[in-house]
Design a protein around this ligand. Sequence first.
Ligand SMILES: C[S@@+](CC[C@H](N)C(=O)[O-])C[C@H]1O[C@@H](n2cnc3c(N)ncnc32)[C@H](O)[C@@H]1O
Length: 270
Amino acid sequence: MNPNQALWEKGDFTRIAASMRTSGDEVVAGLGDVTGLDVLDLGCGDGTTALPAAERGANVLGVDIAENLVEAGNRRAAEAGLENLRFVQGDARNLDGIPDDSFDLVVSMFGAMFAPDPDQVAKEMVRVTRPGGRIVMGNWIPGDPTLVAQILKISSAYSPPPPAGFVSPMTWGVEDTVVERFTGAGVPRENISCRPATFTFENDEPASEFLNDFRTYYGPTMNAFAAAGENGREADLHSELDELFNAQNQSADPGHTTIPATYLQVTVSV
Ligand SMILES: C[S@@+](CC[C@H](N)C(=O)[O-])C[C@H]1O[C@@H](n2cnc3c(N)ncnc32)[C@H](O)[C@@H]1O
């Protein structure tokens, strides 16, 4: 199987996505009036942004490489009674079957950044966006001191080196690289803007339990623990991550975790 698909079908990302709903809703609120817009949510997971966009009156297609998340998204759409929202399996590298100029808005929160072949991903996002439309991406920032960048950094120290030619997903969090990719896809420089923004994870468990959810359900963290286990270093990885989760937690309630994380919000006018 495609290793990118296998990574995200591993575990159950819906257990992490449950902690992302409040900020997902805020991201969509920040997109302005989406009523009647045709929206693509790329790397949509189980619909953290797709669902609130549909609730606000957009016609939404969610595309994700993981079959289990597509199924979970369609279940959530049915439970919410949303007929203007559907999820299909697809690869951001090749949006086969989606004609040119199909969407007014393409959104990808921490989604397309995880697809291999980023130049091709940028081209596909531009291709399916109508002239006059917008692309909005949320991308984690390499070296950032907040949660997700640090999870990925700590995990990489316990994992084997990536294969030759591997391009880190975190490169989507570097403004100059983002500009290179979208200008390479034909967008003028002045139509591309980047700014730091905050996404907050909210979970009704103590921070150490929230880490256990990542360890049990989040593909990249599961892989890091598997690699650490091969060298007898699982306990070291756990203790580094436990310290991180507890240090980043801003909740005063010991039974709840609130962790804000910084990301790069990219807006491209097509
Ligand atoms: C960190 S999750 C974010 C999910 C969702 N956007 C959210 O905010 O909850 C990354 C998502 O990107 C999807 N993904 C990874 N590679 C992909 C690809 N090549 N094409 C489409 N989706 C992809 C994964 O399956 C996963 O659902």
